[in-house]
Design a protein around this ligand. Structure first.
Ligand SMILES: Cc1ncc(COP(=O)(O)O)c(C=O)c1O
Length: 367
């Protein structure tokens, strides 16, 4: 069986170094808020190109804490509107509603599958104060139009970089393009921990300090609580593992790109729409999403022939029970993507012959 994502193999790529790092932390007796976090935060900030990186417990917390910090510092206020893509993972939107801000869902562009700048501009009202830009599937969603819209309208730009570690916009990395960015180190991500993890990156020192305090019960000084905070910390073991994997992130992303090039050059079945790639530097192929009319049939056929795939995502956020109030809204592009999307296996650990096997199977598929 060709797995969608073989985490054992991915970990084994750097297995010895990871084991050494874990053993070092086990022997140290320091499991939280120690030198491993300091080192990873420094290296990750340097890699992304920001002044600060703050390690937190997961990507959802990273997003929640950014909005919360803007509220605590008086930059945002409950009820403010935030532009978010209608086509995203639920976590992006949860972070907005958790803070009693108002998400304004905007359709993606039908070619790039990323937030449409034209539609975002039309959705702006006097109450719009921020845009949450999601680099979905590992493709950079930032461009000159997004930059212009945010600047013209005085919007905060917050990046959800959960799926795009290492992605470039010209010579800058995603995660350094806006006011602040959230990163997830969920095991399956391009930079994945062996458990949960996340980070906030920013050049804004006040924001970084507030996020750090909020993630530590609201405290930056022992037993002094400025905010009603939470406990959201990155374990020392995970920080040590991430520091190892960060060294190989560019190399791992190059392998993902090579796999993507094989798919893009090899899949010729006219029933398949391949992802649109305009610039290989601006895509780190966290996922390789194809679109197919009879998607469920294709998934079944691939499974029967030994290939595991996933759907990202089967039900869009506005059709989820937790957002009942939006269930009747219509977002046709988002709904089309959710009905046709299928993610093919892609990772730094997949072998060329496995990719070729997937390509041949897809080319021989007839509905
Ligand atoms: C786009 C996006 N945002 C946020 C998250 C949340 O990250 P985490 O799972 O670390 O909470 C994820 C991943 O799970 C994601 O894909």
């Amino acid at each position: 069986m060709i797995q969608f994502l073989d985490l054992q193999k991915i970990t084994a790529l750097h297995g010895n170094e990871i084991e050494q790092a874990v053993n070092r932390v086990v022997a140290s007796g320091r499991y939280l808020q120690g030198n491993e976090n300091k080192s990873f935060e420094k290296n990750y900030a340097q890699y992304i190109g920001t002044d600060h990186a703050v390690g937190v417990a997961n990507g959802l917390d990273a997003l929640i804490l950014i909005f919360r910090a803007y509220i605590e510092t008086g930059v945002l206020h409950p009820g403010d509107e935030v532009i978010v893509p209608a086509n995203t993972y639920i976590a992006s939107i949860l972070s907005v509603t958790e803070n009693r801000l108002k998400p304004v869902l905007v359709e993606p562009d039908i070619t790039t599958l990323q937030l449409s700048p034209e539609k975002a501009e039309k959705a702006i009202t006097p109450r719009t104060k921020a845009m949450l830009l999601v680099h979905l599937y590992g493709r950079c969603a930032y461009n000159a139009d997004i930059e212009h819209i945010c600047r013209q309208n005085g919007l905060l730009l917050i990046e959800d970089n959960a799926q795009a570690h290492g992605c470039l916009y010209t010579n800058r990395r995603t995660g350094s393009l806006g006011n602040a960015a959230a990163h997830s180190f969920y095991p399956g991500k391009n930079l994945g921990a062996l458990g949960d993890g996340g980070a906030v990156t920013t050049n804004d020192t006040a924001l970084a300090d507030t996020v750090r305090a909020l993630a530590n019960y609201g405290s930056s000084e022992k037993y002094v609580f400025r905010y009603k905070g939470r406990n959201s910390r990155l374990d020392e073991i995970q920080a040590a593992i991430l520091d190892v994997k960060l060294k190989y992130l560019d190399q791992d992303n190059m392998r993902r790109k090579a796999v993507a090039e094989m798919y893009l050059g090899g899949i010729t079945n006219p029933a398949i729409t391949l992802p649109h790639v305009s610039n290989f530097d601006s895509h780190v192929f966290h996922l390789f999403p194809i679109l197919a009319n009879h998607r469920d049939n294709l998934q079944k056929y691939l499974r029967q022939n030994g290939v595991d795939t996933l759907i990202h995502y089967p039900v869009p956020p506005h059709r989820q029970k937790c957002y009942r109030e939006w269930n009747r809204l219509s977002f046709p592009v988002t709904e089309m993507i959710h009905s046709k999307e299928l993610s093919l296996p892609i990772s730094p650990a997949i072998a060329d012959n496995e990719v070729s096997q997937v390509i041949d199977l897809i080319n021989n598929w007839h509905y």
